[in-house]
Design a protein around this ligand. Sequence first.
Ligand SMILES: Nc1ncnc2c1ncn2[C@@H]1O[C@H](COP(=O)(O)OP(=O)(O)OP(=O)(O)O)[C@@H](O)[C@H]1O
Ligand SMILES: [Mg+2]
Length: 247
Amino acid sequence: MLTIENLSVKVEDKLLLKNINLNMDNGEVHVLFGPNGAGKSTLINTILGNPKYKVVGGSIYFKGKDITDMPIYERAKLGIGISYQSPPSIPGVKLKDLLKIISKVDWEKIEKMAETLHFKDFLKRDVNVGFSGGEVKRSELLQLFAQNPEFIMFDEPDSGVDVENVKLIGTIINDILLEKTKKPADRKKSGLIITHMGHILKFINVDRAHVLYDGIISCSGSPDEILNTIIKYGYERCIACYQKRKH
Ligand SMILES: Nc1ncnc2c1ncn2[C@@H]1O[C@H](COP(=O)(O)OP(=O)(O)OP(=O)(O)O)[C@@H](O)[C@H]1O
Ligand SMILES: [Mg+2]
């Protein structure tokens, strides 16, 4: 699904990602941990093709195609989707109208998902205008559901979300990624989830975890093991382990 080779990225002359390598197969769900400012949002914005992030080395392949220099709309057409950490508000554009434009699934299904998300009343409002932090996350999820991408990146879908809604959002993310209505062999959606909190992972089947630290993937492995290590020892342990392996 996605292969990243030796990716280095700059924003305004600051090197934010250094030699990133990442491989995700069809149907896999990975989680990306890392402290504030590590470069997590930078990585997924670069995968999406946000032109603010300049690739200064390496390549990104999606479904076997080199997308490193592809514009953002072509990547979206190929099936890459994102739920932003802090999406903009769009005054004058109703959420319902936006959903109708971007939608690749039947309107009835979108309405049903809006109901599940307790979000029907928001369809007539301008996109994200005056939405609370938690409401913005549900708006993003509904937009992703409508776009139906094959590879979905979630940038902190749980930040600012109350306990009950974390369960709701986590369960829906899992349903979307697992494509519950399909037979296991036909499921091929993949996801990359950024989170600081372990709680949401109770509801999502995650295959692999990575730790991004200072623009470097310092560790990859079992999600439970890595999360427990971070909780117990902090990120310093991950970087110490990385340096030990390097030498
Ligand atoms: N235009 C810019 N000029 C200089 N530095 C920048 C610019 N844009 C982003 N950065 C820096 O890049 C670093 C990585 O930012 P990024 O948003 O990727 O972090 P993150 O891992 O997503 O953190 P968080 O967990 O807080 O969301 C940060 O230190 C940020 O301040
Ligand atoms: Mg971020």
